[in-house]
Design a protein around this ligand. Structure first.
Ligand code: HEC
Length: 102
């Protein structure tokens, strides 16, 4: 019981330290469910047309996903995927991937 309380406390603290109050946990869940079907965490195959996302700049990723969503950046695949993301999803996902080691 003590251990559980401690885990919840540290979990809460690590989330509230985050600058945008984004949740890397929610971002991770979304990434695992959706993005990882195409984007590998690390680019194992250099000739793959799908860019790796780990360690990418957080602001860059947010901008790219918003551009895909409002279709100012064109990609048949990513326009479709980004159309289902809220601002919060985008913050969470960018927060998660930007903290992964490339
Ligand atoms: C069906 C496959 C597929 C899925 C699923 C997918 N992507 Fe992509 N993604 C691509 C492809 C292909 C590109 C390159 C497209 C282009 O820019 O023309 C891309 C490009 C990107 C880029 C631009 C990277 C850069 O270097 O500018 C970002 C950011 C991105 N995806 C994020 C995501 C996120 C976040 C998710 C999950 C919500 C996701 N993608 C899910 C296929 C996918």
């Amino acid at each position: 019981m003590k251990l559980l309380a401690y885990s919840l406390l540290t979990l809460g603290l690590s989330v509230s330290f985050n600058s945008h109050a984004a949740s890397i946990y929610a971002g991770k869940a979304k990434a695992a469910a959706v993005c990882s079907q195409c984007h590998s965490i690390r680019n194992h195959n250099a000739s793959s047309p799908i860019p790796p996302l780990a360690g990418r700049n957080e602001e860059y990723m947010e901008m790219a996903l918003k551009q895909y969503r409002d279709k100012t950046r064109r990609s048949a695949i990513m326009n479709n995927i980004a159309s289902g993301l809220s601002d919060r999803d985008i913050n969470n996902i960018a927060s998660y991937y930007s903290r992964l080691k490339p």
